[in-house]
Design a protein around this ligand. Structure first.
Ligand code: 0FX
Length: 247
């Protein structure tokens, strides 16, 4: 096997599925030490005793110098913290993003893909100073079917992220991967943009197609996303859509 270029690896992740997948993909790999961390407020992960790896809390902004001195490669697998510019300039940082860059960089990409009709998918890219912006190592699209909601698309995106990791991990660790700049700047969505989508304006006029897309983009399992305000009580009324394709 070709020698690894990187052998002090840190995974920063707030996503249980990806931590498990990364751990399985690297099981038995020799010549590399891998540590796992998550955001300090992620008590679900920090208190999860069933995890196959030890996870420590990290504040990337406050601790970037120490991280830079201890690791030569850092993976962000859905880390909720933005990496500071000093860190990404000092250490090779790689992000696994649940969107097809450069479309819908940032928060919950598939939600916006369903609404604005741009490609959904997964991307592995080098991290630069901007959000989900660096040179692309690998990316692939997932198709969005008209009967699908956010969770249907998201589940396939996550599987695709693991597939891309599987295909590219050794080249990344060996430092032999190729990368290309995104064709355009694309667009960025923040948490606030998602929150704005959730508040339904009952007086807004739109086509039936756009209304269904809006609601299926906000239908994601247990999450109470879309809502309107009941005029009599002032309470929120949560809305989900159920779609079923004829068999
Ligand atoms: O781990 P993750 O899927 O990743 C998210 C962002 O999508 C990603 O762009 C960013 N790099 C990363 C740091 O954070 O997040 P999650 O597990 O909180 O959410 C997964 C999906 O669940 C999301 O795509 C949509 C859905 N969701 C989640 C929450 C918290 C909702 O529909 N409503 C919610 O309130």
């Amino acid at each position: 096997m070709e020698k690894l270029k990187y052998n002090r690896v840190l995974v920063i992740s707030d996503n249980l599925f990806l931590i498990n997948a990364f751990n399985a993909l690297t099981a038995g790999l020799e010549g590399v030490a891998i540590d796992y961390t998550c955001t300090k407020s992620n008590l679900t992960l920090l208190n999860d005793t069933s995890l196959p790896v030890k996870i420590n809390p990290v504040d990337v902004k406050a601790e970037w110098e120490s991280l830079a001195s201890r690791y030569d490669l850092i993976f962000s697998l859905h880390c909720k913290q933005l990496f500071p510019a000093q860190l990404v300039k000092t250490v090779k940082c790689i992000n696994v993003h649940p969107g097809y860059n450069p479309h819908n960089r940032g928060w919950f990409p598939q939600v916006f893909s369903i609404i604005n009709g741009t490609p959904a998918g997964a991307t592995i890219h080098e991290i630069d100073e901007l959000l989900d912006h660096g040179t692309i190592i690998a990316r692939r699209e997932v198709k969005i079917n008209s009967w699908e909601t956010s969770i249907d698309v998201y589940d396939r995106v996550q599987l695709l992220e693991v597939e891309l990791l599987k295909e590219n991990l050794m080249a990344i660790l060996q430092g032999t991967y190729g990368a290309f700049a995104p064709e355009e700047e694309g667009n960025v969505n923040l948490k606030k943009d998602f929150n704005d989508l959730c508040r339904l304006d009952m007086n807004k006029e739109m086509t039936m197609g756009n209304a269904i897309n809006h609601l299926r983009a906000l239908t994601h399992g247990k999450y109470p996303n879309a809502f309107f305000i009941d005029p009599e009580t002032g309470s929120k009324v949560f809305v989900k859509i159920s779609l079923e394709k004829e068999q």
